[in-house]
Ligand binder design. Structure first.
Ligand SMILES: NC(=O)c1ccc[n+]([C@@H]2O[C@H](COP(=O)([O-])OP(=O)(O)OC[C@H]3O[C@@H](n4cnc5c(N)ncnc54)[C@H](OP(=O)(O)O)[C@@H]3O)[C@@H](O)[C@H]2O)c1
Length: 327
């Protein structure tokens, strides 16, 4: 089966590419910058230069493709807006895939998108789900919560560097999942007919609040976190200020999303039946404890080594410095 992965340079997309290659699929990746995507070529994927916002580039990328896995999304720092990439771009991709005779289309949505029509990305995801389900292809929609990988910058690095950890007033507990595990579901969907024309939540085994994550990090590092609370009103002001400037549109949309996470409503879903349908073992899914244990284990070992090297260099330079007597 020939697969086209869109967004394969991203956090989730690269794991999907890795998994698909490991499972023996022939993988082509639609990439905006072949230079940035060189690692995918090294892994054995074919690169197809293209852009979701340039529909003519999609046609050639889709030639001979049986299945599409779409893991693309607008970057906060990009010139392209969320609407251009996540709506216009996705509509163009779905239409082009249908026209090219693609049989399977896997799309990543967000859990509970239908509950937040006031949040641009949530509304775009809901509309894309609908558009895809009516496009006449065998689709699978995977509704995600948060990525464990995102927690490194938010909690892991600040605690190691004695920096402030920012949390909003009341933060929703989230059932985070490792992107490597999400990738397993996405690739498995291609070979399980029971996942065709279906929508599934794909989330971690339990929801974690910001406070619980902080105490886990404290326990694993032996450090005390510096917590800074961001009032929700400040978030709202930042959102309206950044919306005022065109460059801030994506930022404003992201801040709107942060507001969802500050509602206090848990972002989680039951997964027992999902594991059964995908014939995957929940025991093999990474827990947040083991994810952070592995991360801090590696980082603390590296820091110790750096410390050791520094002391060695210091000792050497002291030994080399001639004393006043001998000079
Ligand atoms: N992050 C989360 O916690 C989370 C939670 C729920 C759902 N999701 C969903 O999961 C999926 C993957 O998210 P992610 O966080 O892994 O994304 P990411 O790391 O931000 O990566 C985005 C990818 O999309 C590509 N892209 C952006 N604009 C493009 C365009 N115009 N044409 C072609 N490619 C384009 C980027 O390519 P370049 O390298 O060229 O920039 C990159 O490969 C998305 O559908 C997202 O909505 C994410």
């Amino acid at each position: 089966m020939n697969i086209l992965i869109v967004g394969a340079t991203g956090t989730l997309g690269r794991q999907v590419a890795r998994r698909a290659l490991d499972e023996g699929y022939k993988v082509r990746c639609l990439v905006r910058s072949p230079k940035k995507a060189a690692f995918l070529k090294e892994w054995g994927a074919e690169l197809a230069p293209g852009n979701l916002c340039q529909p003519q580039s999609l046609q050639s990328a889709l030639e001979g493709v049986d299945a599409v896995i779409d893991a693309a999304t607008a970057k906060a720092t990009d010139n392209l807006s969320m609407k251009q990439v996540d709506w216009d771009g996705k509509v163009a991709l779905i239409q082009a895939a249908k026209a090219a005779g693609v049989k399977r289309f896997i799309f990543f949505s967000i859990l509970d998108a239908e509950k937040y029509s006031n949040v641009p990305l949530m509304e775009i995801k809901r509309c894309t789900e609908l558009f895809l389900s009516e496009a006449g292809m065998n689709y699978t929609i995977l509704r995600l919560s948060g990525f464990m990988q995102g927690l490194i910058g938010q909690y892991g690095i600040p605690i190691l560097e004695n920096q402030a950890i920012w949390v909003t007033g009341e933060s929703s507990p989230i059932a985070y999942m490792d992107t490597q595990d999400i990738a397993k579901f996405a690739v498995r969907a291609l070979s399980v007919p029971a996942t065709e024309k279906q929508t599934f939540p794909i989330v971690g085994s339990r929801a974690w609040s910001a406070e619980e994550i902080i105490s886990l990090c404290e326990r694993l590092t032996g450090k005390q976190a510096k917590i800074t609370r961001m009032p929700l009103n400040l978030l709202r002001i930042m959102r309206s200020v950044s919306r005022f400037f065109q460059w801030g549109w994506n930022v404003a949309d992201r801040l709107a999303f942060a507001e969802v996470l500050a509602t206090g409503v848990p972002l989680t879903a039951p997964m027992d039946e999902v594991y059964q349908t995908f014939e995957l073992d929940p025991q093999e899914t990474t827990t947040l404890e083991s994810y952070f244990q592995d991360y801090f284990g590696r980082m603390l070992k590296k820091l110790k080594e750096l410390d050791y090297e520094k002391t060695k260099v210091k000792k050497k330079s002291v030994a080399k410095t001639p004393s006043k007597k001998s000079s």
